[in-house]
Write a protein that binds this ligand. Structure first.
Ligand code: IMP
Length: 184
């Protein structure tokens, strides 16, 4: 199944059913790993809002949650790597077990910045739960990346919270960009 978003065509990569199944599994893992703790789930906006909504419904232990925003990415099809500021953290994470919920780890630059900033607030632990991970795009190793939904090739993806030029976050499934064919 193909969709057209702005000037590009995208092909189905992960159907919502697959995402749901995998999210349920991640939830089980988290429930076990954090059984005797009260972790704080922190979603990174905008991309993680749908994943966070589905993931948190699979968490049956006591927990808190919130969202933050990191300004590093402006809606094209490459990441700038220039991270500016973390905004919106309204939970005191000192001494708390933190799980950062991400839509995708691409270069890893956003997360490494975020982890450094959050570490300054002295949490007990930090782990990452990312729906998608592009190992081939990674520029900075991230030891905290413990929970990954799907490892995907280094292709631009859209849907289920992820955007292309600000569009497509509302798509239920995840799509990959079709190769651009030059006309002769
Ligand atoms: P980073 O390169 O790991 O720092 O990724 C930063 C942010 O870029 C991610 O949280 C996403 O919001 C966005 N991003 C990276 N790759 C993609 C993609 O393939 N589609 C849509 N957004 C992406």
């Amino acid at each position: 199944m193909k969709v057209q978003i702005d000037d590009r065509e995208f092909d189905l990569m992960l159907a919502y059913d697959q995402i749901k199944k995998r999210t349920r599994f991640l939830g089980i893992q988290l429930n076990v790993d954090y059984e005797n703790q009260v972790p704080v789930f922190i979603g990174v906006l905008n991309g993680s809002f749908l994943f966070m909504a589905d993931l948190i419904k699979e968490i049956h232990i006591s927990c808190e949650m919130g969202f933050i925003k990191v300004s590093s990415y402006h809606g094209g099809d490459t990441t700038s790597g220039i991270v500016k500021e973390v905004i919106g953290l309204d939970i005191d994470i000192t001494g708390r077990d933190v799980i950062i919920v991400e839509d995708i780890v691409d270069t890893g630059l956003t997360l490494s910045f975020l982890i450094e900033r959050l570490k300054q607030l002295n949490p007990a632990s930090i782990n990452i739960c990312s729906l998608l991970f592009k190992p081939a795009a990674l520029q900075k190793e991230i030891d905290e990346l413990t929970y990954v939904g799907f490892e995907i090739p280094n292709e631009f993806v859209v849907g289920y919270g992820l955007d292309y030029k600000g569009l497509g976050r509302n798509l239920k499934d995840i799509y990959r960009a079709c190769p651009v064919t030059s006309e002769t």
